[in-house]
Design a protein. Sequence first.
Lengths: 349, 349
Amino acid sequence: MKRRRISSHDVAREAGVSQTTVSLVLNGRTDVRISEETRQRVLDVARNLNYSRNASARALVTGRTHRVELIPIHPGALVDPDKYYATVLAGVTEGALQCGYNLLIQSALYPTWRDMYTDVMSGSADGVLLIGRASNDKLTAALREARFPTVCISFQPDFPDYYSVDCDNVQGARLAVEHLLELGHRRIVYIAPEPEHSWGRERWQGAQAAVADAGLPPETIQYAYFGAGIMVPDVRIERTVALLRSGPNPPTALLYCGEADAQLAAEALPEHGIRVPTDVSIVSFNSTEMSERTRPPLTSVWQPLHAIGEAAVKMVTSLAEGHEAPSGTMRFPCRLDIRESTARAPMPA
Amino acid sequence: MKRRRISSHDVAREAGVSQTTVSLVLNGRTDVRISEETRQRVLDVARNLNYSRNASARALVTGRTHRVELIPIHPGALVDPDKYYATVLAGVTEGALQCGYNLLIQSALYPTWRDMYTDVMSGSADGVLLIGRASNDKLTAALREARFPTVCISFQPDFPDYYSVDCDNVQGARLAVEHLLELGHRRIVYIAPEPEHSWGRERWQGAQAAVADAGLPPETIQYAYFGAGIMVPDVRIERTVALLRSGPNPPTALLYCGEADAQLAAEALPEHGIRVPTDVSIVSFNSTEMSERTRPPLTSVWQPLHAIGEAAVKMVTSLAEGHEAPSGTMRFPCRLDIRESTARAPMPA
DNA sequence: TTGTATGCGTTATCAT
DNA sequence: ATGATAACGCATACAA
């Protein structure tokens, strides 16, 4: 009663040809000549029998699955209410469609990077897309070592020129700082993320460059790190308040690398008597709906996440197919969305 | 220079055991006793060699991939700005994680349902999740015929009791109509989707039931179908306006099965001199952000899409593992989100 | 407790 | 133009 699946042998027998011929016909191989008559017969029989080539067997022998694996930073990240990853996913989906690949979403929670590595190397997919990991990520390093087709999205691992697609963080931060400088701000604070994020370092670099290019002293922008992201919101706000009240000449503008913290600040600072943007201007990164819906709506550095996702799949499938990618790293220009969280710097007291 | 992948034979040789033993150890089989010493040795060698079992080979021989395939109604639906499918995807992701399955997203555009069918049957996944298809869908029928583990999300195919997870459409529509009746509406129009949608029929049934249960005449609610969804918005609005001006006693409430059309109506009717909700009340289905952000915000029937997605994966993996699912169809109760698009019925002229 | 042999369903090589 | 045969890498029945 066990329904064995139809195999190419069944088709071959029914069509009165060898199994090889069936394979040849179904692969539409033009280098081997098959008589039109046999070809049609095989095709007909295959259709009548509802025959479908076994994907695992094909993958085993060809070494290709026509799948790209996507590894989110944590299971579920792709469907977070935060549209960041979802937008990247949209681009990846679009690109996968164009390249003729399917998407395998890794929805597992492995105890160690090694387990994840083993899973990736098992060959369920021809290439892998890593998203938003630390630049010293072990998994990335191992995959590189193994020369497994890999493309990093939204981060640049510590290997110069290793395959990565991201926005142009330097230019993005530049845009933000230039905007603030134009508004007259001369005491800007860059709120840094965890130091292992490549984009955090790149943005800091861009921010400094903008100041330098404007011929202003380096102290115009200062670096602040409030510790790991898990810290409770209240504490973060307290520190921000302290920062904005420090010294004789306190900062007048805050540049955030994300939206959550920026939103938190924009909405909580007024409760501490600090008005946005009257007393302090705030700029965030990403410019998703979140910035748009903050009160007040945040001026934010937008990045083309869709295009980034699309480019990443194309790069990884190209790698998987053996065409060495022309260039290892791709950077997409950002755009500054000016909203209501930035205004002219207040007069010094 | 061709880097052949490490195989279990390599591990076996290095560890001085047979390939069988390697397989036994790595599968952690407890029914076969392996000396603790060999076990450790095999494990160590495997780790040193960075060995990883080939997924395709395993799938070929075991017949299981531990993957669930997701087939959206069109490529990209899962990442539409409309959060409907995205929310289902969130639930599916969550469920897949819990079941230990990965998600294979079918991002292809096949010319015919047959091609899609062939692809599904190729065994890239152990089961398939179909979303939002027509109730007479050919693909669904073929999959059922082939007894391929399949679960339908957000639709019920024309086979009674075939595996399907959806909200309780009858109850949902009931909720909406009861609300309108309480507000004094006695001329309600149900705007129907294409007739091949099971949920359209179920909601119509629920709407009628609510009227009947209230002891009101059947004419209290009337059925309207404006034709295929591709019709240009302007025409749809025109017809709606005509409807709302028809006869001596025109309708005072509109019940939509989706959000796009409801939003369109809510925002366009005022331009035609019909105020919402003063002149006409509008209720939509789904209650995603879209309803929330419409001007005025729409009263809407919410459905637990996350739970639906989660339940669907669990059902399909259960089927794939041979446990006949306890019950073929699951319905989740809806909730009515009352917002500003509904108000007391206007006094008859 | 461990090893030998076989088959899963394909594609690819080499005959014919 | 087509067919036999050998991999691919693994799991498993059976043998030892």
